[in-house]
Design a protein around this ligand. Structure first.
Ligand SMILES: Nc1ncnc2c1ncn2[C@@H]1O[C@H](COP(=O)(O)OP(=O)(O)OP(=O)(O)O)[C@@H](O)[C@H]1O
Ligand SMILES: [Mg+2]
Length: 358
């Protein structure tokens, strides 16, 4: 399952975000290094399309897509050199698929630390960049030597050298102009700044009405390199403790609609290049995750490896078209189910039925 790692300074709201997504379980406290060991949880990907399809099919079981996330301890200036519990914390996110920056913008006299999200961003990126620079410096000579005997490594060495230049200038890889191909060659080094980034700006309750204003400078700084979302994580975490009806009432009362979390999880999901297809029936309606650009057999393989191995064809209809027709049987009757073969590129929102033979 795809995994996100939260990073941020102490008291930024990482554990609160974890609790908001997981419905509790992590210690959120107004002192630095409240979190010492990583918390790993699973978040459902809220998806109105899934609920609509489940209602249409009167499904007994509804299964949303889900992603994993890791909450680690706060990083401080010097973390890359072992300050605080830095090195240990950083190890906890080496292998995540994407990084979520939790940037504090809330003021609270009882919670120590800076409240300017740009300052959080600055310190955070310095630490991640320095940690990566150290990794690259440790590897580049070794790889150069290895490349003497194995010319196939030359591209990788060039990629490391390019990364070293960018990082030494203080540029995180994801913000550098390194080509996608070069970034791919750096994959084996699990660089922290070579992952997609999503930022969440944690505002105070009084600022939720002008959240765009608070988010703007961060979005301006990151440009199109990262998506930025504003939320009062504390409120979202409190809402997450309630049962669904009460939660809706609370969030609605605050003018927050469904709340920021569903949007956050969807954005995170999208950022990773993840997409959803559905299967639906009386027994179950389910959302399945696949990578953007996948062909039908690979996408079907997310359901079961046999579906990929023995793939024959898929019957396909887009979710909204199916919903309009009202049932799978009706869609078949009026000839709206498309028959697609091995080369079909599955689209986000497709509803599939797989024919296979093993
Ligand atoms: N939007 C907010 N407004 C007010 N208080 C908040 C907000 N978000 C979080 N807090 C509070 O700030 C404190 C720190 O939050 P939390 O423990 O989630 O931070 P953290 O990033 O996990 O810190 P650490 O790195 O020390 O583990 C908690 O007391 C939490 O309740
Ligand atoms: Mg914490």
């Amino acid at each position: 399952m795809e995994r996100f790692g939260f990073v941020g300074l102490p008291n930024a709201g990482k554990s609160s975000l974890y609790n908001a997504l997981a419905g509790g379980g992590a210690l959120a406290a107004p002192y630095a290094f409240a979190t010492t060991d990583p918390n790993v949880g699973v978040a459902k990907v809220f998806d109105g399309r899934l609920d609509a399809l489940a209602a249409m099919s009167a499904s007994k079981n509804v299964v949303p897509a889900s992603v994993q996330f890791t909450d680690i301890g706060g990083l401080v200036e010097g973390a890359s050199k072992g300050e605080g519990l830095g090195n240990r914390f950083l190890a906890g996110i080496r292998e995540v698929d994407a990084v979520v920056y939790v940037l504090r913008a809330f003021a609270d006299a009882d919670v120590p630390g800076p409240t300017d999200p740009l300052e959080h961003l600055r310190v955070l990126e310095i630490e991640l960049t320095l940690a990566d620079l150290e990794t690259v410096e440790n590897q580049v000579d070794k790889r150069r030597k290895a490349a003497k005997g194995d010319k196939s490594l030359l591209d990788e060495v060039a990629a490391l050298e390019a990364a070293q230049v960018a990082l030494a200038e203080g540029t995180p890889i994801y913000r550098s102009d390194l080509a996608p191909k070069v970034r791919e060659l750096l994959g084996p080094y699990f660089l922290l700044t070579n992952k997609p980034v999503l930022a969440i700006v944690n505002v105070d309750e009084d600022s939720i009405e002008r959240v765009d204003e608070v988010v703007a400078p961060v979005q301006a700084e990151l440009g199109d390199r990262a998506e930025v979302i504003g939320a009062c994580i504390q409120l979202e975490a409190e809402a997450a403790q309630l049962d669904p009806d009460e939660r809706r009432e609370m969030l609605d009362g605050l003018g927050l609609g469904e709340g920021a979390l569903p949007r956050f999880v969807r954005a995170a999901y999208h950022q990773l290049g993840l997409r959803t297809f559905f299967t639906t029936g009386e027994k179950e309606t389910r959302a399945w995750t696949f990578r953007a650009g996948s062909k039908a057999p690979q996408a079907a393989g997310r359901i079961h490896t046999d579906f990929e191995r023995g793939f024959i064809r898929a019957e396909v209809i887009h979710w909204d078209e199916l919903l309009e027709l009202g049932s799978w049987a009706k869609a078949r009757e009026v000839g709206k189910l498309r028959v697609e073969g091995k080369d079909y590129e599955v689209q986000d929102g497709d509803v599939l039925e797989i024919r296979f033979n093993v």
